[in-house]
Design a protein around this ligand. Structure first.
Ligand SMILES: NC(=O)c1ccc[n+]([C@@H]2O[C@H](COP(=O)([O-])OP(=O)(O)OC[C@H]3O[C@@H](n4cnc5c(N)ncnc54)[C@H](O)[C@@H]3O)[C@@H](O)[C@H]2O)c1
Ligand SMILES: [Zn+2]
Length: 340
């Protein structure tokens, strides 16, 4: 089913100007943020007050700790206190954890009110804020949530230019993924300029890949699966080795690239390895993982179905295919990223 997505604004300094879409009935705004982004969120509260609205700041815990039903409930209560009604707006200012949680709250409060996202991490900008998946962790990651788009996504490149290198590298992992599955020129750009690549170009291109794929397959019945490239083994090593998501996806893309070379005729694995290294991301694990544990984690992942383990492979850069693979193949991919 094709669903039209939000308006995505990308530019330097966007948060300094009015960021909300025109809306006659809007009186109140709740700005949801965390400690890592509240320096960016506070001036927005002032901006909304100066525009005549009642605005409140709702601070949630940092990182994955924010994505729980308990935190969602505390934000619902804050919205009650602020007196938000159907015509009002939740503005999420932060990384993917903030937009996932605030998006879930907005999509369910009063059966759905407007959300606007201001992603403040590169990963948030190129991935989490695009595509309409919202949710919280209940037992497993993202197991409870709804598909709902914000009305607008405002990506201020100036904010992204000031990120610590580790957060930039994490976002670059997802940008590289976008390039590998849908934009060979983005891969060229990352190959030429590494972490110094022009962020506006990187964001525009990576967002365009995701927007295009999501428009074709909002509820992930087919083509959207390509966005999971590097995530099957990636998620397993994220949990198993305690890597950050971006690092895990980098390792997962190396493993998937190796399997693609063996099974799908992919011929550019060496190039991908050198790009990942240039982005200061790992190409292998630093400690060995128990293969049985990795298989268990892969089986638990949502990408399983009756045919076995479904993985996204590359026939070429820009040409992803979804294949059912057996456990021996997954283990061979793991071997390719195990410590030497
Ligand atoms: N909805 C989706 O489609 C989707 C896609 C990808 C990832 N995600 C989710 O996104 C989350 C990961 O996103 P993330 O990497 O942005 O993590 P995050 O939101 O946890 O942010 C990472 C850290 O950066 C800090 N931070 C935020 N903005 C900052 C800034 N401008 N300067 C300095 N520090 C800043 C945060 O406080 C946090 O400590 C995960 O929960 C993941 O499940 C969702
Ligand atoms: Zn990811």
């Amino acid at each position: 089913m094709a669903v039209s997505g939000p308006e995505v604004l990308i530019g330097r300094g966007l948060l300094k100007d009015a960021i909300l879409p025109e809306r006659e009935e809007r009186r109140r705004v709740a700005v949801v943020t965390d400690a890592g982004a509240d320096g960016i969120a506070r001036p927005l509260v002032v901006q909304f007050e100066e525009a005549g609205m009642v605005a409140g700041l709702v601070e949630i815990p940092v990182g994955e700790a924010a994505k729980s039903l308990a935190v969602a409930e505390s934000v619902f209560e804050a919205l009650n206190r602020l007196g938000l009604s159907r015509g009002d707006t939740v503005v999420a200012v932060g990384g993917g954890a903030v937009t996932d949680l605030a998006g879930f709250v907005a999509a369910t409060y009063l059966r759905g009110i407007e959300a606007v996202y201001c992603p403040t991490t590169l990963l948030g900008a190129v991935d989490a804020s695009i595509g309409g998946k919202t949710g919280v962790n209940v037992g497993g990651k993202n197991l409870v949530g709804v598909f709902a788009h914000p009305s607008r996504v405002v990506i201020d490149i100036g904010v992204l230019e000031n990120l610590p290198t580790s957060l930039t590298a994490q976002g670059m992992a997802e940008a590289l993924k976008a390039g590998l599955i849908g934009d060979p020129e983005l891969v060229d750009l990352l190959e030429e300029d590494g972490l110094g690549a022009d962020l506006e170009q990187v964001v525009r291109r990576a967002v365009a890949v995701k927007v295009q794929i999501v428009a074709e397959d909002f509820r992930e019945s087919g083509r959207r699966a390509a966005l999971n490239y590097g995530h099957t083994i990636g998620h397993a090593v994220e949990i198993g080795a305690g890597l950050s998501h971006g690092e895990a996806v980098a390792v997962g893309m190396v493993a998937a690239g190796w399997i693609s070379t063996e099974q799908a005729g992919f011929s550019e694995q060496d190039r991908v390895l050198s790009i990942i290294s240039q982005l200061e991301l790992p190409v292998r694990l630093s400690t060995a993982l128990d293969p049985a544990r990795v298989l268990e984690l892969v089986r638990l992942d949502k990408k399983r179905d009756a045919d076995g383990i479904r993985m996204v492979l590359l026939e070429a850069i820009g040409v992803p295919v979804v294949r059912a693979v057996d456990e021996a193949t997954v283990l061979a991919g793991l071997q390719a990223v195990s410590p030497v």
